[in-house]
Ligand binder design. Sequence first.
Ligand code: HSE
Length: 441
Amino acid sequence: MEKSVKVALLGCGTVGSAVARLLSEQADILAARAGARLELVGILVNDLQKERHLPVDPALFTTDALELIKKADIVIELIGGIDPPHAYVRAALENGASVVTGNKALLATHGPELYELAAANDVDLYYEAAVAGAVPVVYGLRESLAGDRVQQVLGIMNGTTNFILDQMHTTGADFSQALARAQELGFAEADPSADIDGLDAGAKIAILASLAFHTRVRLDDVEITGIRDVTAEDIKAAEKAGYVIKLIAAARIRKDTQGQGGIEASVAPTLVPKENPLATVSDSFNAVMIEAESADRLMFYGRGAGGAPTASAVLSDLVAAAGKRVYGGQAPREIVYGSHPILAKGDFRSRYYIKLQVADRPGVLAEMASIFAQHNVSLSTVSQEGQPQSDKDNAAQVQKQPVEIIFITHMARRADIDAAVVELNKLAAGAPAKVLQVEDK
Ligand code: HSE
């Protein structure tokens, strides 16, 4: 008799519906690949009355999560959020089912506990869909790079914010106009805060950093700045200087001058040089760049959201999990041997872009240069925007017109930059200085 593996699907939103549809439409090829038929034993929904137009037996819909979990060999969790998925994933693992989840918030908060529970119960926990949708970056780090030493992982891991920033670059729109456009087109949620405040990307980089550096990195360890404060003027100024502003999620090992180091994990609007491949990632696409000692630079690009693309990642995990049930073996366990400390923001090192307006008077530039020098910050470039002066302007008039000065520094400690900015702000003739990280080519 043909073998079968019982699958429970928790959640039937955009991704859950796509998974249910593909499980039915691709049943034969999935069975050939997994070595067993993937038998859907139930779908957890909130509302049994809702019309769903899916090619599945309506009797499969249920609102009883725990009863459904008891019937399954593999549980797919696509509800999102932490509660109740946390309890459901625990129940599934304790019940001897493997779990496939796309839940980044759950893993970035409770991952270690769940990996341990999976190992203790001799079952597997897969989560390719939790990071960058269809893009196989979890597999890349967990399996393809298992023989290498990763130095940094960085990229664009949130499609909504990439769409918004891309709109700002291509149309000159300000942040609120671009957000409204994203909402109109269905990219951004009615409450877009998890995306635009960087929490979604923060959870993703916590998951990737843990895999890359074999050290537990949680959402709370990631320094997060969203894109609300990026203005149309910032975008224009960045373009003029040869950069594109992207919301970059990054995790890297940084060594200090004594060779001591730690993990820097952050999400922040960042100036990316136009020559860097991440600068060309437009619309709502995601891209993740990995730099490893032997492999050098790798780039993963694709759709980070949406029903079918995310379902592709879920089904790939499902085939792997089912194959392990049929043929034996285990998914890679959590491997934590890294003893890297997580660096505080003040210890981050980067190049920085600092923009501020000051009165156009003799010596002001020298004063600013001296502030940087006092704080150990070396400047790479300085540029000035202002009204050209006519011969008729008198000195008093000239000094009333502020000029905008943009500094790009060499590598500097964030604490030194922040201390310098406190002093620079005393000279500001307008809003306080704007500070953004700058990425390399
Ligand atoms: N909302 C996310 C994005 C997809 O815009 O990329 C799910 O993490």
